[in-house]
Design a protein around this ligand. Structure first.
Ligand SMILES: Cc1ncc(COP(=O)(O)O)c(C=O)c1O
Length: 463
């Protein structure tokens, strides 16, 4: 009878050390590719042990990005990770499912009914922003050429409440950023701020629907009216809506709020499937009003994957999992399911805000305008501690990851604490967070912060 393998025998590496010695007593591999590989379990442990040092995504109240998906959705993701999204000829059903998602989102955003809704899946809103803004640049160039005018000084107009991705676009693609500060006392921008910056070289105006700073929306209706008037005077300037977060919130929470293709000047919209589309990170969407908005010059054709194929993307290869997961969520929840989740998040957001208002150390901001499910507050002047001390103390208690940051110009003197109330933020967690706020404020008030060395405040990733 052959010897049974001894499952408890230590696995030995080329230096004669057991795997346990290698990975328990030495830093993780870095700098150089290890000479030899090790078994799968040990490799997994190396990664697991290091991930423990990261923050806990379930307590990450800083991120807009999805941190919870149910088991069946995770199975769809795991089962399709090896399917390359871009191989349309080999995976025609994946390509079809992606188009179905585009059609559903286009219709959700009140796009015109048509044969083929124009749009594309992307890695996230950032890629969608680059593509949408490039399309505006190309359309502007075409209009300038047709009018026999120079096209070498394009500019883009937006407020200081935009995400950094818009500055990136301008830098990467050689467009002058024309940024209006958010006036003191305001939190978003509208025609009064952006109108004066527009001229014949403006490729477009950006309006944010659900800003990263406060979750509110720029005055899209006012901007649309202003752009309509300009068009009447012969200056055609389109609007792109950055609905990275709002795209999967406002259609459910405020269906009568017109921020999308119902507005005449809106030519394109980006949204993140991996935010309130409720899919794990790796999926965004760009939607065009109609085919006319997509310049043919930006579509590339190739046939090296089996058949002639058109692509309008910055990335090429990528897993199909997140497109399929988006479709899963659309079928799983439907319009009513998304509405119910948005209502639940909003209710818990109100509960968090109302409870925090009872803390006299905090000023909690409330808005009666459409707002994302988040709470922002600041520490009142006159307290012996600031927002950084408070979020450090919250982290120390139960590992809450809460950001404190400066508002954009002209309100940068205000330090804001922001908490997302997402689908995994149950009432039990909300109440625990409120209790931790209360205890943290009590402790900080009783602490002599001039001896800050004594205070267990942590900052940085993982705390
Ligand atoms: C308003 C806004 N635009 C764009 C982005 C970038 O989105 P993504 O992370 O999907 O690339 C974000 C991210 O938070 C955002 O809040």
């Amino acid at each position: 009878m052959p010897d049974q393998p001894d499952v408890f025998a230590p696995v030995v590496n080329s230096s004669g050390q057991t795997i346990a010695e290698t990975f328990f007593t030495q830093p993780a591999p870095d700098g150089k590719l290890p000479l030899n590989g090790v078994n799968a379990r040990s490799t997994m442990r190396v990664l697991e042990s290091e991930m423990m040092l990261d923050g806990d995504p379930d307590k990450n109240l800083a991120t807009f990005v999805t941190t919870f998906m149910e088991e069946e959705a995770r199975m769809v993701i795991a089962q399709n990770l090896h399917r390359n999204y871009i191989d349309h000829a080999e995976y025609p059903r994946t390509a079809e499912i992606s188009k179905r998602c585009v059609r559903m989102i286009h219709s959700l955003f009140h796009g015109e009914e048509g044969e083929e809704s124009p749009g594309t899946a992307t890695a996230g809103s950032s890629e969608a922003v680059m593509l949408g803004a490039l399309a505006m640049k190309w359309q502007w160039k075409r209009r300038r050429k047709e009018a026999g005018k120079p096209d070498d000084k394009p500019n883009l107009v937006y407020g200081s409440d935009v995400h950094v991705v818009w500055d990136k676009f301008c830098r990467y693609f050689d467009v002058e950023p024309r940024q209006a500060n958010v006036p003191k006392g305001k939190t978003t921008v509208g025609p009064e701020e952006l109108g004066p910056l527009i001229d014949e070289n403006t490729i477009g105006v950006i309006a944010v629907v659900g800003t990263t700073f406060t979750g509110e929306c720029d005055d899209v209706e006012g901007l649309d009216r202003m752009l309509g008037e300009l068009k009447g005077k012969g200056l055609e300037v389109p609007m792109h809506i950055d609905a990275a977060s709002g795209g999967f919130v406002f259609p459910f929470s405020h269906p009568a709020f017109e921020w999308d293709f119902r507005l005449d000047s809106v030519v394109s919209i980006n949204t993140s499937g991996h935010k309130f589309g409720l899919v794990y990170p790796g999926i965004g969407w760009l939607l065009f009003r109609n085919e006319a908005q997509l310049p043919e010059d930006l579509v590339f054709y190739e046939d090296y994957l089996g058949e002639k194929d058109a692509t309008f993307t910055l990335n090429f290869s990528g897993s199909a999992s997140f497109v399929l997961a988006q479709y899963y969520m659309f079928i799983r929840l439907g319009y009513n399911g998304y509405s119910s989740i948005v209502r639940a998040m909003t209710e818990n957001r109100h509960s968090l805000a109302d409870q925090l208002k009872k803390e006299d150390a905090l000023e909690v901001f409330d808005s009666d305008r459409p707002t994302l499910p988040l709470v922002i507050c600041k520490v009142r002047e006159g307290e012996n501690f600031d927002a950084s001390h408070l979020v450090g103390e919250l982290a120390r208690r139960r590992g809450w990851l809460v950001p404190a940051y400066d508002m954009p110009p002209d309100n940068e003197d205000q330090k804001i604490i922001r908490m997302l109330v997402k689908v995994n933020q149950t009432r039990e967690l909300v109440d625990a967070l409120v209790q931790d706020f209360h205890d943290s404020i009590g402790l900080l008030r009783d602490t002599d912060l001039s001896k800050v060395g004594d205070l267990p405040v942590h900052s940085g990733t993982g705390y």
